[in-house]
Every structure is written in structure tokens, then in C-alpha cells.
Design a protein around this ligand. Structure first.
Ligand code: ADP
Ligand code: ADP
Ligand code: MG
Length: 640
């Protein structure tokens, strides 16, 4: 076994890898960018080496500097985590040329699976079913449109170099093909430096079921399946293992295909074979097709660990250091059921835009496995994936594990950034999900209900007002005189409430002419007579009410009031990013929903649309501008 390894990554996955290293007595070297000087992964490591500026190109993607750091610190091997350099075969070559070990597959295996078109061709030859479609070299738009016609609509355009759901467009109607192709190619060129695409038949009622495989370079085993059908815009939101409705027969066929795929390329280490499954009529052994292989540890690997009892990072280290496969297929089995939810700094009502912020308060639940790269006080920066944590639960049955996930999420507390927490809670309460009727369209179909269920309600806000008033704070209570009515105004984020003391532990809160009666005893709260499960927390960014449907109130004096703050007439950049294109000019009339500009952030393109009919008064940006969150971009003329 190695005595020291370097982890070429950041965030939760770097910390996750260090956890296993610590248990195995392997010393760790972290690397970091300027933005991550004080990050959790740096604090956890035995040693840390600075790489450069905050942008990935100046830090976590600098293969040369990372190899040098490993040499300088005497690390014997490099673990790449996921993302960044994990699937970069040139990096693997550089690591090996330096006499170090890459903890992962060979450069050859990564190259074989790196591009989706070549991988599909290879898998076809190995006798693995692949999604019907066109994956040839000819990229002429007319030819591609013709191929799409032959495959039959709906089709899916995919970047051959794609990952993370980027560079993908579903097309239902031939007349939309050309536009969708151009936008997929542009996103692909930007994110991956390769605009090539393939076209696939869009599978209806699709389920995403993937097989965890593990190889030693010759033989491979599988560690069963994960169902990752709960997705939004092709990105996974909640994953589980095993897949609901999986039959032993289908598992056997899928497992054998996955092992065949891995052995066809002499795969070494942890990998995932992703299949798309036709879920329109139950799971059938002839209804699954290879989509792609991820030649690395996967974000959602903990659900597999939970049901198999295997530490996949330990296996990675053991096989990379020359040990044979740690288990035979017949020694592996499934115990119970597991879920993972991805908690992100994300503005759900604004269309799931990535968010940033300093985590003024952070508390994770007991009884769940938490994978995180941040602590209270840390910041979610605009430079990297805005993940805050993964919350993983395990139980004897699917129902028990799902209840545990719901409870774990309700007990999670994050303040200082908006998050998708309430959206995740709403998902755990979704009837179709609870009964295991999952497919990749579930979230989109019920999006409005899921987002609404996550909106704060006025009663929760009334609790926040009492929190903000300090009335329930034991230190303040002594100062209250109860024999005269006490009335005061509390203001936050530009809102106002009147709060009247009704007696010890009781107040009436009036917002927008609606009154709610709040009572409290210790840390138990009632609103309008019903007991609430909420927790009220005061921190240096204001007051938060947790326990489902989170509410945050920032007292007005804390709000840095931007003098130039734009009014309702102006479209602001919802996040830091690059203005890709502007689609309107001054004087032009627009309808609500029209595209005004496209902003690229976190490697994704976000369309900014008009929120009402009107006339453009001023365009304050141009393509190529790098803008901050809140920068004014486009102003509409005031409504007459
Ligand atoms: P998974 O199936 O494990 O979710 P994804 O394909 O979604 O895998 O990607 C895993 C992680 O790697 C995500 O955090 C994503 O942002 C990141 N990622 C994926 N592809 C790329 C890429 N080409 N460049 C940078 N980051 C990537
Ligand atoms: P990425 O590299 O971005 O992860 P994938 O090829 O794995 O790309 O596809 C991502 C997701 O897109 C899948 O999990 C699935 O939800 C959806 N998808 C991919 N191919 C198809 C298809 N042919 N039909 C329907 N949905 C698909
Ligand atoms: Mg994928």
C-alpha cells in the first residue's frame, strides 16, 4: 500500500478520499487555488501545495504543477477524484512519465471511452446494446438533420465530448433542429473545446440506470446498479440503489453487459457504465442501451457503498497499488436500500441558477452520511461546482431509507446562500417518487408543484419576524413589560411587519394586513394554534427558520443598500458570468418570455428572458462582457 498520495481535486470529493486514506494510514497531500486557501480539504490534509489562481485553468487543471507537487512532497500516487483531470488521458500519461501511479484506469481505456461516439462504436462491437442513432464522423448540419429524420423524432443531440449534462438538446420537431444543433455545438465548443455531436433516438419514459463496475486490468466485477432517473436538465438530483422495480433477471443481464464492457477495454479501477432504460412498460431485459462510460469514481458512489458495504476508495487504492480485485462477483451482495441527495447553493425559483455566498450557519443532520467540502463560515465561490453537501441515507427498505432522507433534509440547516434544500424535501414527499415510478421526466412534469411546495409560507415568515424582533430571546425577555401593550415595527429585506406582545411567550405578527398569532415555549413554536416543527436560528447574516420551507430574514440595517440598485425595470445578471450574446436593441418591442441575452456561467448557458411585454430602453452590456451577479444588463421602458 502507498504511504502517501496526492489528491488532485477539491471540495467534498477531496475530503471523501482523505477519509479513506486516514483510515488506511495513508498520508495525504492536498492542492489548492487562491480561492481555496482556507478550504476544508486543505485543512484536512497532512500537507498542502498551492497551485495558482482561482480559475480551474490556473489551478486544478494544471497537470504539470500537480505532478510537480506530487514529486516535491514525495507522494507515490495521484487520485484525481471526479471532474477536473479525472478523465484526461494526457494527464495520466504525464503522471506515469513522472514515475508516479495514477489511481484510475489506463490512458488507453480513458481514450477508448472518452468520446461518446467512439465508445458507442466500441461497445457495439463488444456485443453491448447501444442507443440507436447516428455516431459517425460527418458533422455537416444538413447531413445531421437528415440522420435525425431517419432516426425519427424526438431525437437527442449530444456533444461527443460531453459531460455533466452539457451540450445536450432534445428536439421534438424537425423545424427546431438547426437552432438546437447550433446551440449544442456552441456549448460543446466552449465547455469541451470540441463541437462534434452525435444524434440519438430520444427514449420515451427514460430511466437512467447505471452499473458500478470495478476492474483490475483483466477481470471485472459489478457492484450492482444505481437509479439516477431523478434529473433536472440531464443533471442528477437524487440517486438511489438498488433501482426500484429491478428484477433479478434484468440485473443479471445488465450486470453481465457492464462487465463485458469493462473487460473489453481491460479496465482498471472504479468505473460506471450508464444505461438508458425504457421504463414505459416495466423493466425488461431487452429494454436497456449503453449511453456512456464514466472512467472514474462517480459523484453518487456512496449509495453503492451503503448497500454493498464496500469502500470504493479503499478498493481504488488497493488495486492501484498492485493488489488483485478485493472480491469475487459471488461475494458481493445487496443489503437494504440507499439514497443520496445533492444539496446545492442554487436559486430554485429563479430557474435553479447557481448561487454563491458565505455560509453564515451550517448544520448537518445526525443519522445520515454527509459528504461535504465546506464548514460553517466557508464560502461557496463562483469558481467551482456550487455543491454544499451530499446527504446519504441507508435503510432496510426503500420506504425506510426515503423517510430517513426526508428527515435528514428537514434537519439540515444552511444560511448565507439560497439552496435547493426545500426543493429536495418536496421531492422526497412526491407520491410518484415514493412509489418508485421514476423516470427522467418526473421533475420537469411536476416542476411547478415541486417549486411551489418549496416556497416559504407566511406562517413560517411570522416565526422569522419573532426571531428578528428578539422577543423570544431569553436575554431580552426580562426587559419586556407585560402590563402595557408593546408594539413595534420590524423590517427586513425591504419588508415590514408590526409585532404586538400579547403576553409571555405570545405575540401577534401582522404582515401585509394579515395577522398571525405566534406562541412559544422553550424551543417549541405554535402559529395560529398549530405546533410547528421549525427551528429558529440567529446568525451573523440575520435570522433563519429551518425545518422545511426555509425562510431567511436579513434585517434592513444589514442590507448593503446599493445606491444604484436597479428597480423592477432592469434585468440584472443573476450570477457572475460571461455575456455570450444579446438579442435585443434599444427601441425594440418585446413580449414576456422573449430572449434578451444569454449568459454563460458554470459552463452552462442561461437564457435571460423578458418578464413582461414592453419596449427596450437601454442595453447596458455587450457580448464578451464579464459581469458580476447583480450587474444591470437590460432596461425596459417604464410601463405607461
Ligand atoms: P455524475 O454522473 O457522476 O454526476 P457528471 O457527468 O454529472 O457525473 O459529472 C460529475 C462531476 O464532474 C460534476 O460535478 C460535473 O460538474 C463535473 N464535470 C463533468 N464533466 C466535466 C467536464 N468536462 N469538465 C469539468 N467538469 C466536469
Ligand atoms: P453526460 O455525459 O452529460 O452525463 P449522458 O449521455 O450520460 O451525458 O446523458 C445524460 C442524461 O441525459 C441521461 O442520464 C438521461 O437522463 C438523458 N439521456 C441521455 N441519452 C438519452 C436518450 N437517448 N433518450 C432519453 N434521454 C437520454
Ligand atoms: Mg452521464
Amino acid at each position: 500500500m502507498f504511504h502517501k498520495i496526492l489528491i488532485a481535486n477539491r471540495g467534498e470529493i477531496a475530503c471523501r478520499i482523505m477519509d479513506s486514506c486516514r483510515r488506511m494510514g495513508v498520508a495525504t497531500v492536498a492542492v489548492y487555488s487562491d480561492a481555496d486557501r482556507a478550504a476544508r480539504h486543505v485543512a484536512m490534509a497532512d500537507e498542502a501545495v498551492h497551485l495558482g489562481g482561482p480559475s480551474p485553468a490556473d489551478s486544478y487543471l494544471r497537470g504539470d504543477a500537480i505532478v510537480e507537487a506530487a514529486r516535491a512532497t514525495g507522494a507515490q500516487a495521484i487520485h484525481p477524484g471526479y471532474g477536473f483531470l479525472s478523465e484526461n488521458p494526457d494527464f495520466v500519461d504525464a503522471v506515469e512519465d513522472a514515475g508516479l501511479i495514477f489511481i484510475g484506469p489506463s490512458a488507453r481505456a480513458i481514450r477508448a471511452m472518452g468520446l461518446k461516439d467512439a465508445a458507442k462504436a466500441l461497445m457495439e462491437k463488444a456485443g453491448v446494446p447501444v442507443v440507436p442513432g447516428y455516431h459517425g464522423a460527418e458533422q455537416d448540419p444538413l447531413h445531421l438533420a437528415q440522420m435525425a429524420g431517419q432516426i425519427g423524432y424526438p431525437v437527442l443531440i449530444k456533444a461527443v465530448a460531453g459531460g455533466g449534462g452539457k451540450g445536450m438538446r432534445r428536439v421534438d420537431d424537425p423545424k427546431d433542429f438547426a437552432d438546437a444543433l447550433a446551440s449544442a455545438q456552441s456549448e460543446a465548443r466552449n465547455a469541451f473545446g470540441n463541437p462534434d455531436v452525435l444524434i440519438e433516438k430520444y427514449i420515451l419514459r427514460p430511466r437512467h440506470i447505471e452499473l458500478q463496475i470495478f476492474g483490475d486490468g483483466h477481470r471485472a466485477v459489478h457492484l450492482f446498479e444505481r437509479d439516477c432517473s431523478l434529473q433536472r436538465r440531464h443533471q442528477k438530483v437524487i440517486e438511489e440503489a438498488p433501482a426500484p422495480g429491478m428484477t433479478p433477471e434484468m440485473r443479471k443481464v445488465m450486470g453481465a453487459s457492464a462487465v463485458r464492457a469493462a473487460e473489453a477495454i481491460g479496465y482498471k479501477g472504479a468505473g460506471t457504465i450508464e444505461f438508458i432504460v425504457d421504463g414505459s412498460n416495466g423493466l425488461r431485459p431487452d429494454g436497456f442501451w449503453f449511453m456512456e462510460m464514466n472512467t472514474r469514481l462517480q459523484v453518487e458512489h456512496p449509495v453503492t457503498e451503503a448497500i454493498t458495504g464496500v469502500d470504493l476508495v479503499e478498493w481504488q487504492l488497493r488495486v492501484a497499488s498492485g493488489e488483485p480485485l478485493p472480491a469475487k462477483q459471488e461475494e458481493l451482495s445487496i443489503t437494504g436500500h440507499a439514497f443520496e441527495a445533492r444539496l446545492y447553493a442554487e436559486d430554485v425559483p429563479a430557474g435553479f441558477l447557481p448561487a454563491t455566498g458565505r455560509l453564515a450557519h451550517l448544520r448537518f443532520p445526525e443519522g445520515a452520511r454527509i459528504e461535504t467540502g465546506v464548514r460553517q463560515g466557508d464560502s461557496i465561490s463562483p469558481w467551482y461546482d456550487p455543491m454544499i453537501a451530499k446527504i446519504v441515507t441507508h435503510g432496510p427498505t426503500r420506504a425506510v431509507a426515503l423517510r430517513a432522507l426526508e428527515a435528514g433534509l428537514v434537519d439540515t440547516e444552511v444560511a448565507g446562500s439560497v439552496t435547493n434544500l426545500d426543493f429536495l424535501i418536496a421531492l422526497t414527499r412526491h407520491d410518484g417518487f415514493a412509489s418508485g415510478e421514476v423516470d427522467t421526466g418526473l421533475i420537469e412534469r411536476d416542476l411547478d408543484a415541486l417549486v411551489t411546495a418549496a416556497e416559504p409560507d407566511p406562517r413560517t415568515r411570522a416565526l422569522g419576524v419573532v426571531g428578528l424582533s428578539g422577543l423570544a430571546d431569553p436575554a431580552v425577555k426580562g426587559g419586556m413589560t407585560l402590563w402595557q401593550p408593546l408594539r413595534r415595527t420590524v423590517s427586513w429585506d425591504g419588508n415590514e411587519a408590526v409585532i404586538e406582545v400579547l403576553g409571555p411567550g405570545a405575540a401577534r405578527v401582522t404582515v401585509d394586513e394579515t395577522a398571525h398569532e405566534v406562541r412559544w415555549q422553550g424551543d417549541r413554536w405554535w402559529v395560529d394554534g398549530s405546533l410547528r416543527r421549525n427551528r429558529i436560528v440567529t446568525h451573523d447574516a440575520g435570522v433563519s427558520v429551518f425545518g422545511g420551507r426555509t425562510v431567511h430574514l436579513t434585517p434592513t440595517d444589514l442590507l448593503a443598500r446599493d445606491a444604484a440598485a436597479a428597480g423592477d425595470e432592469v434585468t440584472l445578471a443573476p450570477m457572475p458570468g460571461l455575456v455570450k450574446s444579446v438579442h435585443v436593441e434599444a427601441g425594440q418591442a418585446v413580449k414576456a418570455g422573449d430572449r434578451l441575452a444569454v449568459l454563460e456561467a458554470m459552463k452552462m448557458e442561461h437564457s435571460l428572458t423578458a418578464w413582461r411585454d414592453g419596449v427596450i430602453a437601454e442595453v447596458m452590456t455587450q457580448p464578451g462582457d464579464q459581469v458580476e451577479a447583480g450587474s444591470p444588463l437590460i432596461r425596459l421602458e417604464e410601463e405607461a
